[in-house]
Every structure is written in structure tokens, then in C-alpha cells.
Design a protein around this ligand. Structure first.
Ligand code: PHE
Length: 339
């Protein structure tokens, strides 16, 4: 056996005997380190006779490669053994699929709001956002509800403390005035959002609820336009044509004002949703009152409009057959996970 062969055999034996990565490192240092055996062999070459130099260099390199290979093989074995022992010690099996991650879903009100925003967008409406803490002026005054008007009684209002007359908006109708102030007519907008009323809660009333206001301002607007738009809205919600009817309804900011009913989409001849009447109350609406147009800076002789106030909370309840409005904002995961 040549010197190199003996050295290699000895190195391989030491490598095989290593039981840890640290031990392997020590062997690597001994043979391949800065002051290791191979470095020593290489350092001797310059002193050799010229004709022996190439062979000596080659042999030293062959030895180095062989030792490196032995180290690699052993290192891989040790790594495998480490994983196997960890697996048996901890019961951890890296080949198993990862645990299922929990994904959230959109709140049913957000889902319905987005669907309606898309629908109105496709009909040329812009989507507006308005403040939830609103000036008394926008919430009442500009909507033709003066301070002493009896209609204020039907709005049980949360008044804010502090300077100015601030309220938690009781409806999304203040967006009508804000829209008139920011857009040049003709325009169409919807404004979804939270509203607040200071009232005793029950299965159909909550202190916080969602509405979507709609406002169209143009020349020569009539009730026919309003009905047409509402039929399109119904088609978007229930995916078919439903008969509608108007009943008189009073809101100071519309004249004439209506309650719009639609044929119950859930039955032919009476069910619990329509309370056996075959009609469901869809939304209040009407033609914009001249005083409101004036408050929005528009001339009622030139411009007209229609407005509607869709109850989003009620719509979601209808859609998913939810029997208590308070579920919607209770943040109970058992409820929310169903959507
Ligand atoms: N803002 C009214 C309410 O919440 C609803 C409404 C909106 C009525 C638009 C007519 C027109 O009571």
C-alpha cells in the first residue's frame, strides 16, 4: 500500500467512526485544514525534484477529493439519522401535510354591499362614502327636517358631546346633500354605510345597522325612472323580475314619498317571510324634495331627482333567512363562519 493509500484508509476509518457533525469537523480539520495533512503534502512539493512535482501534486489532490467525498457521505448519513431520531423522539413526521390554516371570510353585510356596489356601478352610479359622525345640518336640517319638525321624533338620535352640533348619523340620507355638493349634475350615486339609532334593541331593531342610500339627479326625473331603477335593483338581488307596488310613505326629504314593496321572492301564495301577504317591504323612496335640492345648491326648476334608502341589514336577513338582526354585529364566530 502506498503512503497515500494508507493515509486515505486511515482517514476513511476516522470519518466512519464519527458520531456527530462536530467530530466530523475535527477530522476534516486534521486532514484538510490549514495545517492539515494534505496541506503539509502540498507544502513539500516545491522541494521535490522537478520531474516528481506534477505526480506529487496530482496524488495530493486525488487524496483530498477522496477524503472530501468520505466526509460528504458521512455528513449526509448523520443528518438522516438526526431527523429519524427527532421524529421518533417527538412524534414529528415531516412528511405529513401541514395543519389546515384558518381562513377568514367576508362579513355577510360586506358581501351584499360589494355585490350591490358592483350592480350600481354597472348602471353608471358612483359609490360614495360619508362620515358616521355627522353634522346636525346634514343629518336633519338640509334634508328638510327643521329643529322643531315632528319627523325628528322618529329618529332616536345619539347626540355627540362637545363643540358643534354633531350626531351619529341616523340614516345614510346626509350623503344626498354631500353628493350634491361634490358632483355636477346630472349624476348617480349610492352611499352604503353604518347608521345609528338610540332605541331599544329587539329581533328586528339594533342600535347600529346598515343602509345604502341611492340618489339620481337629472333633468325631468319622474316616478317612472324610480320604478325602473328599483326593478333593475330587484333583478340584481333576486336574479329575476319581480312585480313591485308603491304605497304612500312620508319622509320630509322626498315628495312624493313611497314605500316600495316587491312580490315575495320566496313563495307563490304566502309564507313566513312575507307574513302570508305575498308582498315584502323593500325600501322607502321618493322624488327629491325641492328644499333638499336647494340645500344642495341646485335649482329645483332645472333639476329633479329620486332617492331611495335600502336597508342592507334587512336585505342580508332576507337573503340568509336570519331571524334576529342582532346576530349581524355580535361578532360570534359560530354565526360568521357560516358565510
Ligand atoms: N333615510 C330614510 C330612513 O332611513 C329612508 C329614505 C331614504 C326614504 C331615501 C326616502 C328616500 O328612514
Amino acid at each position: 500500500m502506498s503512503d497515500h493509500a494508507a493515509t486515505l484508509a486511515q482517514a476513511q476509518e476516522k470519518v466512519e467512526a464519527c458520531e456527530s457533525l462536530d467530530a466530523l469537523k475535527a477530522v476534516e480539520r486534521e486532514y484538510l485544514g490549514k495545517d492539515g495533512l494534505v496541506a503539509e503534502l502540498l507544502a513539500r512539493i516545491p522541494a521535490l525534484p522537478n520531474e516528481e512535482k506534477p505526480a506529487a501534486g496530482r496524488e495530493a489532490n486525488v487524496l483530498k477529493q477522496a477524503i472530501l467525498q468520505a466526509l460528504d457521505v458521512r455528513r449526509a448519513r448523520l443528518a438522516e439519522a438526526a431527523i429519524a431520531s427527532e421524529r421518533s423522539a417527538t412524534g414529528f413526521d415531516p412528511s405529513l401535510p401541514p395543519p389546515r390554516t384558518q381562513r377568514g371570510t367576508l362579513h355577510p353585510i360586506t358581501q351584499v354591499t360589494r355585490e350591490l356596489e358592483d350592480l350600481f356601478h354597472s348602471m353608471g352610479y358612483s359609490v360614495l362614502d360619508g362620515p358616521e359622525v355627522e353634522l346636525d345640518y346634514y343629518n336633519f336640517e338640509a334634508l328638510n327636517i327643521p329643529a322643531d319638525h315632528p319627523a325628528r321624533d322618529s329618529h332616536d338620535t345619539f347626540f355627540c358631546e362637545g363643540e358643534g352640533k354633531l350626531v351619529m348619523r341616523t340614516h345614510t340620507s346626509p350623503s344626498q346633500i354631500r353628493a350634491m355638493e361634490s358632483f355636477e349634475p346630472p349624476f348617480r350615486v349610492v352611499a352604503p354605510g353604518k347608521c345609528f339609532r338610540h332605541e331599544t334593541t329587539d329581533a328586528s331593531h339594533d342600535h347600529t345597522f346598515h343602509q345604502m342610500e341611492g340618489l339620481v339627479v337629472d333633468r325631468n326625473i319622474s316616478v317612472a325612472h324610480l320604478i325602473g331603477a328599483m326593478k333593475t335593483l330587484l333583478r340584481g338581488i333576486f336574479h329575476r323580475d319581480l312585480e313591485v307596488r308603491l304605497r304612500p310613505g312620508h319622509f320630509p326629504f322626498v315628495e312624493p314619498g313611497f314605500e316600495l314593496d316587491a312580490r315575495c321572492p320566496f313563495c307563490q301564495d304566502g309564507c313566513s317571510v312575507c307574513k302570508q301577504t305575498t308582498w315584502i317591504e323593500l325600501l322607502p323612496c321618493g322624488l327629491v324634495h325641492p328644499n333638499v335640492l336647494r340645500a344642495g345648491g341646485l335649482d329645483p326648476e332645472e333639476w329633479g331627482g329620486f332617492a331611495f334608502g335600502l336597508g342592507l341589514s334587512r336585505l342580508v336577513m332576507l337573503h340568509h333567512d336570519i331571524d334576529d338582526v342582532r346576530h349581524l354585529l355580535a361578532n360570534d364566530l359560530r354565526f360568521l363562519e357560516q358565510f
